[in-house]
Design a protein around this ligand. Structure first.
Ligand code: NAD
Length: 266
């Protein structure tokens, strides 16, 4: 069910790859989530922006609707650490757009610290938002997703969920947890036609990383990613183009986790 007319938008082309899909995206008021919302809407999807930041989320929905010239987006208050809040976001999505095809568990925070110096409070907050929030999202959405023969869950992990990451004990543990939960859920939900994959971005320029002094020496590309570069992969996993991709952990990191890029022996 794809719009066969391709339209040029800037240097990209709209092909309606997500035509007719309804996506709920957590933490989409800003950063990568906002980019995913814009990209999906531009490719024909309807999107629900779930976030704690109500006015920013609604302003983004208004902006998308204006850009698309249709009701392509709405916002809903969502605290991913609260299961009832997730149930409300799923109900709001179905009430607004009729069904739910794509769940993007994107909300996440980063806290620093090793086992020596990480604050206990930071450990719990990071696990609550980044890992438990993802579990809650899948649990709240699964019955609606089951009604759709080509549903897709996209869990945003990190390269800190693929390799060890210095001074990020809680973040790395949470993001590895997201990878494990993704693979397990791919096995559990495959029989219902629901695909579950995780995306593992390297460094991406967003408000989350704005205050961080990032070392990019390990990245062969020599730079951080822009948000739209991650949205391209989200679009692929949301669309039926990826219908045989399930249980995959996909790195999108400019080669950062390909191997040791720092040691040059002479
Ligand atoms: N930026 C990077 O370099 C990078 C790299 C790898 C992975 N990630 C992951 O990508 C995702 C998005 O990151 P970003 O850089 O766009 O972050 P960001 O800080 O710009 O945006 C995160 C959004 O999540 C929302 N949020 C926070 N707690 C929430 C909660 N309890 N309930 C609902 N919403 C909540 C915030 O309000 C915000 O809008 C996160 O899971 C992050 O861990 C980011």
């Amino acid at each position: 069910m794809t719009d066969s007319t391709a339209t040029d938008i800037g240097n990209t082309t709209r092909t309606g790859r997500a035509y007719g899909k309804v996506a709920l995206i957590s933490g989409a008021a800003q950063g990568m989530g906002a980019s995913h919302a814009r990209a999906l809407a531009a490719e024909g999807a309807s999107v629900v922006i779930g976030d704690l930041q109500d006015s920013t989320a609604q302003a983004l929905a208004d902006d998308i609707n204006k850009a698309e010239g249709r009701t392509a987006a709405s916002s809903t208050h969502l605290d991913v650490t609260n299961f009832a809040s997730w149930e409300g976001a799923v109900a709001s999505t179905v009430e607004t757009f009729g069904h739910l095809d794509v769940l993007i568990n994107n909300a996440g925070i980063y806290t620093p610290g090793s086992v020596i110096d990480a604050e206990l409070e930071d450990w719990h907050r990071t696990l609550d938002i980044d890992l438990t929030g993802t579990f809650y999202g899948m649990k709240a959405a699964v019955e609606e997703l089951k009604k759709n023969p080509t549903a897709s869950i996209i869990n945003i992990s990190s390269i800190a969920g693929l390799v060890g990451f210095k001074h990020r004990a809680a973040y790395s543990a949470a993001k590895w947890g997201v990878q494990g939960l993704t693979k397990t859920s791919a096995l559990d939900l495959g029989e219902f036609g629901i695909r579950v994959n995780s995306i593992h971005p390297g460094s991406v320029t967003t408000p989350l990383t704005a205050g961080l002094k990032r070392g990019l020496g390990q990245v062969p590309a020599g730079r951080a990613a822009e948000v739209d570069e991650i949205s391209s992969l989200v679009l692929y996993l949301a669309s039926d183009e990826s219908r045989f991709v399930n249980g995959s952990s996909i790195a999108i990191d400019g080669g950062e986790t390909a191997g040791n890029n720092l040691r040059v022996d002479s």
